[in-house]
Structures are given as structure tokens and as C-alpha cells.
Design a protein around this ligand. Structure first.
Ligand code: C5P
Length: 218
């Protein structure tokens, strides 16, 4: 919306999983649907921000009024994010694969009688949130990460805020049906402390987060 509280601001949002190729037909991935990240991109655009959404492979529709860059791998996602800078706001909601196959076979791996299964050596992917959070002239004024945990959600979230160097962490418990589901129950962890938000549709979590972000830039 022109004249919205975030008009004139550029927001970069990552969303969805990454796909890390094993060979031309196989990949490593995860259960992220992109629903939360896409809802955040839409909510920021509704408040007047210019939004660049860098998305892994998802089936949710692209939000209207948002520029979408589609990527597959973590390394492509990092390149698309750095190419989108400068940004005032970065929200890393993507479930980036921590590891990728160290090598991608150019031909489909074949099984054969008497041949053992291939060993899958892994290499570490770049950390997009930590990279965007690193001090420097292109660091967005507000960087927000997500922490998907199955236990000790707040403690892990607080540790992650420090180790990644981001400003806020949205921490959620993914031991239930959150990943791929329609609702989310999160804690917002900032320098000031921890807020527990009620279980809400992902669109409502996005709206509430976007309102908090708009307040920072008011
Ligand atoms: O380290 P962990 O994956 O638990 O951290 C989650 C947060 O870090 C999320 O905001 C996610 O988008 C971001 N992340 C990233 N690049 C990675 C791994 C995680 O941006 N390679």
C-alpha cells in the first residue's frame, strides 16, 4: 500500500526449503511449505514495503505485489539474497538445508546387482542468516531469523540470536504439526526479552510480526 507504514522500505524475505541435488533426478530436501515466509512477504507488502521474496521450491502461490526470485539450492539462495541488497529489513524464514551432497553426479546413479549403495558425502552449506547479519555497510537495519526447535525452544532461540548475529529470532516448536501446517505458535526473542504469542494461523503470525517491524521504522 502506498503510504503504508513501511513505504519507502525494502524488505528481503527468504522462504521455503532448498533442494540439494544428488544427481540429475534426486535431491535432499525438507518439509518446509513456504507458507510462513510467503505470508510474511505479503504482510510486509500490505504495509507498503517493497518486497523481494527469495523462495525455494514451493507449491504455495506467490503473493501479489511482491518480486519473487525462485531458487533451488542454498548457494543459489545466498547469491539471490546478496544480489537483492541493499535492504532495510531481512527476514530469513527459509528452511535452508544445512548440508548438500559434496558432489553432484552428472549422470543418474545406477543400482546394479552386486554394487553396494553409494555413500553420500555431505558438505556444509553457507549460512544465509549469519551472512546477512554480519556487520558491514550492507547489513540491513533489522535482521530477523527463525529457530525451528523440537525442545528447549526459548533457550535455543536465545543462543541462536547471539550466534547468528541477528536482531530478532522467531522461535517455534516443530515437534508437532507446524512444518507444512496452517498454524504456528512462536516466541519473539529480542534484545529486550521474550514474548510468547498464542497459537495463530500463519497469516496472523505474519501480520503481527509485520506490525512489530513497522513500529521499528515508525
Ligand atoms: O541454524 P538454524 O538452521 O537452526 O537456523 C535457522 C535460521 O537460520 C532460519 O532463520 C534460517 O532461515 C536461517 N538459515 C539460513 N541459512 C542456513 C541455515 C539457516 O539462513 N544455511
Amino acid at each position: 500500500l502506498a503510504g503504508g507504514p513501511l513505504s519507502g522500505r525494502h524488505a528481503l524475505v527468504t522462504s521455503g526449503p532448498t533442494w540439494e541435488p544428488i544427481d540429475p533426478v534426486r535431491f535432499l530436501a525438507n518439509r518446509s511449505s513456504g507458507r510462513q515466509g510467503h505470508a510474511i512477504a505479503a504482510a510486509l507488502a500490505d504495509r507498503g514495503a517493497r518486497v523481494t521474496l527469495v523462495s525455494g521450491p514451493v507449491s504455495v502461490p506467490p503473493p501479489s505485489g511482491v518480486t519473487v526470485t525462485r531458487v533451488e539450492t542454498a548457494r543459489e539462495m545466498l547469491a539471490a539474497c546478496t544480489a537483492a541488497l541493499p535492504a532495510d529489513i531481512a527476514i530469513c524464514a527459509a528452511a535452508v538445508a544445512d548440508w548438500r551432497p559434496a558432489e553432484t553426479a552428472t549422470l543418474k546413479l545406477k543400482k546394479g546387482a552386486g554394487t553396494p549403495p553409494p555413500a553420500l558425502a555431505l558438505a556444509e552449506n553457507p549460512d544465509i542468516l549469519a551472512t546477512l547479519s554480519a556487520p558491514g555497510p550492507l547489513r540491513p537495519a533489522l535482521v530477523v531469523g527463525f529457530a525451528a526447535e523440537t525442545n528447549d525452544v526459548v533457550a535455543h532461540g536465545e543462543a541462536k540470536r547471539r550466534s547468528k548475529g541477528c536482531d530478532w529470532i522467531v522461535a517455534n516448536d516443530v515437534s508437532g504439526d507446524v512444518m507444512g501446517g496452517a498454524e504456528n505458535e512462536v516466541h519473539l526473542i529480542t534484545e529486550e526479552g521474550v514474548e510468547h504469542w498464542p497459537r495463530l494461523p500463519k497469516e496472523a503470525v505474519a501480520a503481527r510480526l509485520a506490525d512489530r517491524i513497522a513500529a521499528v521504522f515508525a
